[in-house]
Write a protein that binds this ligand. Structure first.
Ligand code: ATP
Ligand code: MG
Length: 477
């Protein structure tokens, strides 16, 4: 859809309103493709006069004629004379038969009319011999009517984003006459109604008498607008959708699509419960960690030995930064975190623990993108240690300074660098032999938990670079 808008903007002189109309039309294309077992393509005329595919829908109910994606391609004129005809002559419909890679196909092209002008052409490409069964003929005739409505600027709300025009294999399809009597019901429709307790033949009966939940169809016939309604009856959740069929403004009937969404809704609910439970667990983990940190802090206060006190306070900030990860996870739905957001909070925790002077600041540059919770936890500990080191060792002479955390994400790769502009590492510092607990924790986490690499360098100040792979999660839409 975004692609369509961009293509049309870049290559044609169509206005915003015209592009909006095309967006509505694209919304109906999948339904058309599924009902007619055909590829549906939307063509626009470029400023140079060429014919460009700006959107396509492949049927879920049949095999597409094309293995490749055709959006953005320019039509070779002899390849599709019907489309060219509709654009060049003021034709309301063109049908052509031709062969494509040895297959006979039929192309039907209709203009998309807006303000009495053809702004685009919709084409439907069917592999011949076309529909054979009664069911296929029924779908095809409804598809023909809908195609005509789309081209005639009679979208009746089909293009609105709140009306879903997608089909799935389990959908039941019914053809309803204008008086509400059922002319055809697909086997899926019959079995969905049977689950709802409706026995016997559907064909011939009036939809209003079938059940009291037929509001979608009834209202669609009355208002000549699409309707959809989800209801729960006899423990099953059913989504009913209806598209009125118009012929030059006259109601000829309706297409009704019924879908049993019981399992889907049940899974939705299970997922929501699971997510809420996970959030609650994160919340409790955070509370427990904070309790542990408070206990250690109390104990630290009672110690005389400065060394022992510092050791405990360091543990306090190690634990607190893990708590920060859980706090963020508890506040959101996904099991992934934007690590960049965490860094700011971690630095607060570290500064608090050390009680350092005001001349020090932390800067975060770049973006980490989303990382899984466990990666974020390990990474948070690593960054805590590195910040702690910078504050503890880099600015010993009381000078002002900055710790910079740089994040860079390239696909699955995440680079994290923690740099300071302090005194630098001691001369001849050797990571393998001179690391104390802090850098040992860092190395273990980077190598064993994060499967990453670590480099430490000292020029003006100290810089630690970590590079790791972040598992890709499915994109949230
Ligand atoms: N940013 C830095 N600037 C200067 N020196 C550093 C820096 N980071 C680490 N060092 C040096 O490396 C040594 C080892 O660091 P490491 O974090 O392993 O231990 P530590 O900070 O001394 O103790 P802890 O186990 O409490 O972290 C430090 O003692 C310090 O000399
Ligand atoms: Mg340290």
């Amino acid at each position: 859809m975004q692609r369509m808008r961009q293509l049309v903007k870049d290559h044609t002189s169509l206005s915003e309103a015209e592009i909006d109309r095309l967006a509505e039309v694209t919304h109906t294309m999948q339904l058309l493709a599924d009902l007619s077992y055909a590829d549906i393509l939307l063509f626009c005329r470029t400023e140079g006069g060429a014919f460009m595919v700006v959107a396509e829908a492949k049927p879920n109910t049949a095999i597409s004629l094309y293995s490749e994606n055709r959006v953005g391609t320019i039509l070779d004129e002899p390849e599709n004379p019907a489309v060219v005809e509709v654009f060049t002559v003021d034709s309301s419909q063109e049908v052509a038969k031709q062969s494509l890679d040895g297959q006979q196909i039929e192309i039907k092209a209709v203009p998309v009319i807006f303000d009495k002008e053809a702004i685009a052409v919709l084409s439907r490409e069917i592999k011949l011999p076309g529909p054979t069964s009664e069911m296929e003929h029924m779908y095809m005739s409804m598809a023909d009517q809908i195609l005509k409505m789309v081209s005639n600027d009679e979208l009746v709300g089909m293009g609105s984003p709140s009306f879903s025009t997608t089909r799935t294999a389990g959908d039941g399809i019914m053809k309803i006459e204008s008086d509400g009597s059922i002319a055809y019901a697909s086997p899926n429709a019959v079995s969905i109604y049977r689950r709802l307790g409706v026995e016997g033949n559907l064909v011939g009966r009036r939809i209003q008498e079938i059940s009291r939940y037929e509001e979608a169809v009834v209202r669609a016939l009355e208002a000549k607008r699409v309707r959809q309604k989800e209801t729960t009856e006899r423990g099953r959740t059913v989504l009913r959708r209806a598209i009125p069929l118009l012929d030059n403004g006259n109601l000829t009937g309706a297409l009704a699509i019924v879908r049993d969404v019981t399992d889907l809704r049940r899974r939705d609910q299970e997922l929501r419960i699971k997510e809420a439970t996970i959030r609650e667990i994160h919340h409790r983990v955070k509370n427990n960690l904070q309790t542990i940190a408070s206990l250690l802090r109390l104990q630290a206060r009672r110690l005389r030995s400065a060394e022992a006190r510092d050791a405990l306070l360091e543990s306090v900030s190690r634990i607190s930064s893990i708590a920060v990860v859980h706090e963020i996870l508890a506040g959101q739905e996904a099991e992934t975190v934007d690590f960049g957001e965490l860094v700011g909070k971690i630095s607060d925790v570290v500064l608090q623990g050390i009680g350092t002077h005001a001349e020090l600041k932390v800067e975060v540059k770049g973006k980490s993108g989303m990382v899984p919770a466990d990666t974020a936890t390990s990474l948070a500990m690593v960054v805590t240690e590195l910040m702690q080191n910078a504050f503890e060792h880099a600015f010993t002479d009381g000078r002002a300074g900055t710790v910079t955390v740089s994040l860079e994400r390239r696909g699955r790769r995440l680079d994290v660098a923690v740099a300071d502009d302090g005194v630098g590492l001691p001369k001849g510092f050797d990571l393998a032999s001179q690391a104390n607990l802090g850098l040992q924790i860092v190395q273990t986490l980077v190598h064993d938990e994060l499967n990453g690499e670590l480099k430490i360098s000292s020029n003006r100040g100290t810089k630690v670079r970590i590079s790791l792979g972040v598992p890709e999660r499915e994109k949230e839409t």
